[in-house]
Design a protein around this ligand. Structure first.
Ligand SMILES: Nc1ncnc2c1ncn2[C@@H]1O[C@H](COP(=O)(O)OP(=O)(O)OP(=O)(O)O)[C@@H](O)[C@H]1O
Ligand SMILES: [Mg+2]
Length: 221
């Protein structure tokens, strides 16, 4: 069976330019990741924990195929995510705790219903799944509220629902619990674990909270 994910000796170096006086620019190299290897053989929930600047977002960008590794190889669902992104994009979901996807001027219901059409789902299928996921994530009572009026915890839950409406096989979450208290963090993690049990989806989330280790007794990098 093809492993879900293999990362072999991946490194990422960013090259950026910075102004040096009026007319000159200097080139700066930043080693964001250095020789990382790991693999996920079967559906699991995994936490990647690291300090600010450790390279967590860079790792997710590499796995999602948004940037190319400087060295090494990544295979996600059997494909190179950078070169063959189109072949797997519909099987991936992504949530960023730092960047909002939901439009604050719409209700969560309207935003998710409309954005789901990109996945070529039937409207009835979207409706059924949206109601099921809202029940699972305990936000049915907030479905028709404007996104701007939701609490942070509710917003994150709807961001997660929007990213799994199309039943991805792999879900990446970059700091999904940022800004939440420990009790809300553990609620989000246990709901994700519940969703993993239900759909057998692979979930990889990043965090810089060392305490979140406690919620992942075995599965942490
Ligand atoms: N596009 C870029 N150009 C240049 N340097 C970058 C770029 N993206 C990230 N970096 C650098 O790579 C390193 C890792 O950054 P990254 O954002 O992956 O860390 P992180 O673990 O997600 O941090 P945080 O917890 O603060 O989100 C940092 O030193 C950062 O400045
Ligand atoms: Mg980050």
């Amino acid at each position: 069976m093809i492993p879900i994910l293999t990362a072999t000796n991946i490194s990422k170096e960013f090259i950026s330019t910075e102004p040096l006086g009026l007319f000159k620019r200097s080139t700066k190299k930043t080693a964001a990741l250095n020789n990382i290897s790991f693999s996920i053989e079967k559906p699991t929930v995994l936490a990647v924990i690291g300090a600010n600047g450790a390279g967590k977002t860079t790792l997710l960008k590499l796995l999602l195929g948004l940037v190319e590794p400087t060295k090494g190889e990544i295979k996600l669902l059997g494909y190179d995510p950078y070169r063959e992104r189109k072949k797997i994009i519909n099987q991936l979901g992504f949530v960023s705790g730092q960047k909002r996807m939901l439009n604050p001027d719409l209700t969560a219901y309207d935003y998710i219903s409309v954005s789901s059409l990109f996945y070529e789902l039937e409207p009835q299928e979207i409706e059924t799944r949206l109601h099921h996921l809202s029940e699972l994530f305990e936000v049915t009572h907030r479905l028709h509220s404007l996104v701007r009026n939701l609490s942070l915890g509710e917003t994150i839950k709807f961001e997660i629902i929007a990213s799994i409406i199309h039943k991805p096989r792999v879900l990446f979450l970059d700091e999904p619990t940022i800004g939440l208290d420990f009790s809300s963090q553990s609620t989000i993690v246990s709901l994700l674990k519940q969703y993993h049990e239900e759909e057998n989806v692979t979930i990889l989330l990043t965090s810089h909270y060392a305490k979140i280790f406690k919620l992942f007794p075995k599965n942490s990098l």
